[in-house]
Design a protein around this ligand. Structure first.
Ligand code: NAD
Ligand code: UDX
Length: 445
């Protein structure tokens, strides 16, 4: 099938590459010339395991192409996926300007039947707005063309995006006319056959399903983070409690890890947007407001522990920081808990030596002052152990695999205060302490 994907970010690029992998002829459009140049020269603009190979293979086969030419992209695909950003507006609602701009371009330039598919995470009712935007453009041209608008929310996780797309738990398609249903069923059949995992529903339910899924996952995390605070006060161990409750199949083991708070481009913004949608309907979101509040507080949990140990004034102290990205296996810094932590440590006079296996370049881009210089007191190093040199203590924010088995004797010998603050509960406390280190983690004694 001929497919256009609008937006070559984390979702658009993975969607385009994986659809090409199944033999479709995919054209990816972006307004960012830099990204398209990188893609056309054989690279990829993000870190996503396995994606480079899929992109290379399909580009070489001529099935995957990249362009900034809007007319070319509209002409190419019968299926037009919109996978642009939907960042939070000032009031927390999803900003639809990029989605609607993409829709207007389609209406302005289309000459034959199109299925326009919202893959971006968009509030319930957006498909109607997309439909209206296209209708307006067609009316302005004085032409009458047939088109369908569908919702196909994406559930991939960064760091595992290619696998999630190629082997989805489910594919949700919200669509209201038979012609589009047939095309989307055919497109997704290779990804869902043998598993009956294509869920066709009405458009509004599909749009809502995406927010409901992310809100549920964020709620589980905030719930565990709240329990972790209670566990510390009660003398219990949240890791044992996690296993204790997760073994009940009604609860399940996933997404029960207490930590330094959830970040990323989805949970924070989607919870905010759902809170906003809820308020607009006159139904204040009591639970989701609490989920957000707990998470905001949780991003400060490591700072609280540091302050409790050292006092408010951290002047003259240096901390090694392991992990900048919001989670392992990505270079994404959006809403990363490390950003809050770094700002708070610097505010109190501390210096921070930060290390991340892949997110350092992105961190250098976003952790800057008004003049665009790296924040005063913050520096970046090339290896995990380099961060330890001259540091009073180590703070771990992201659970990269390479942090899981450090040499605790080296840590004890290098860190001036022999102290580790672990925001992801990576270690067995007794093992760390056996090396003479002081160890602070989340929800444990
Ligand atoms: P992103 O910021 O990485 O990429 C968006 C891309 O769209 C950018 O490259 C931007 O230049 C491009 N763009 C903006 N306007 C355009 C236009 N008019 N025409 C062409 N290109 C345009 O965003 P992302 O992380 O891929 O997220 C995209 C959407 O998918 C969001 O709604 C997000 O909530 C949702 N989503 C993201 C994830 C994730 O893990 N990142 C997972 C599921 C859903
Ligand atoms: C999320 C959803 O999982 C995915 O389905 C959706 O399409 C996009 O949003 P992503 O943001 O890539 O994916 O990462 P995810 O693995 O969900 O982690 C989000 C945040 O929650 C991270 O900061 C992570 O550290 C945190 N987290 C996750 C926890 O704190 N505890 C957990 O048990 C799981």
């Amino acid at each position: 099938m001929k497919v256009t994907v609008i937006g070559t970010g984390y979702v658009g690029l993975v969607t385009g590459a994986c659809l090409a992998e199944m033999g479709n002829h995919v054209l990816c459009l972006d307004v960012d010339q830099r990204k398209i140049d990188i893609l056309n020269s054989g690279g990829i603009p993000i870190h996503e395991p396995g994606l480079q190979e899929v992109v290379r293979r399909n580009a070489a086969a001529g099935r995957l192409e990249f362009t900034t030419d809007i007319a070319h992209s509209v002409a190419h695909g019968t299926l037009q996926f919109i996978a642009v950003g939907t960042p939070p507006d000032e009031d927390g609602s999803a900003d639809l300007q990029y989605v609607l701009a993409a829709a207007r371009n389609i209406g302005r330039l289309m000459t034959d039947y199109k299925v326009v598919i919202d893959k971006s995470t968009v509030p319930v009712g957006t498909a109607d707005k997309v439909k209206a935007a296209i209708a307006e453009e067609l009316a302005a041209r004085g032409v009458d063309l047939e088109y369908s608008v569908a919702s196909n929310p994406e559930f991939l996780k960064e760091g595992a995006a290619v696998n999630d797309f190629m082997r989805p738990d489910r594919v949700v398609v919200g669509v209201e006319d038979e012609r589009a249903v047939l095309l989307l069923k055919a497109l997704y059949q290779p990804f869902t056959r043998n598993r009956e995992r294509l869920l066709v529903m009405d458009v509004r339910s599909a749009e809502f399903t995406k927010y409901a899924a992310n809100a549920m996952l964020a709620t589980r995390i905030s719930f565990m983070n709240e329990l972790s605070r209670l566990a510390e006060r009660l003398g219990a161990d949240i890791e044992l409690v996690r296993v204790g409750i997760g073994s009940d199949p009604r609860i399940g083991t996933s997404f029960l890890y207490a930590g330094a708070g959830y970040g990323g481009s989805c949970f924070p913004k989607d919870v905010k947007a759902l809170v906003r949608t809820s308020a607009e309907t006159g139904l204040p979101a009591v639970l989701l407001n609490a989920v957000e509040q707990v998470n905001d507080e949780q991003k400060l949990v490591l700072v609280d522990k540091l302050v409790k140990r050292y006092g408010e004034n951290l002047n003259g102290k240096t901390f090694a920081l392991w992990g900048l990205a919001f989670k392992p296996n990505t270079d994404d810094m959006r809403e990363a808990p490390s950003r809050v932590l770094i700002a708070e440590l610097l505010k109190r006079g501390a210096s921070v030596k930060a290390y991340d296996p892949v997110a350092t370049e992105e961190a250098k881009r976003v952790l800057v002052d008004a003049e665009g210089n790296t924040l005063a007191g913050l520096s970046f190093v090339e290896a995990a152990n380099d961060a330890l040199e001259g540091a009073n203590g180590l703070v771990i924010v992201t659970e990269w695999k390479e942090f899981r088995s450090p040499d605790f004797d080296t840590l004890a010998a290098t860190l001036k205060d022999k102290i580790v603050f672990d925001g992801r509960n990576l270690y067995e406390p007794a093992l760390v302490r056996a090396s003479g280190l002081e160890y602070h983690s989340i929800g444990r004694q």
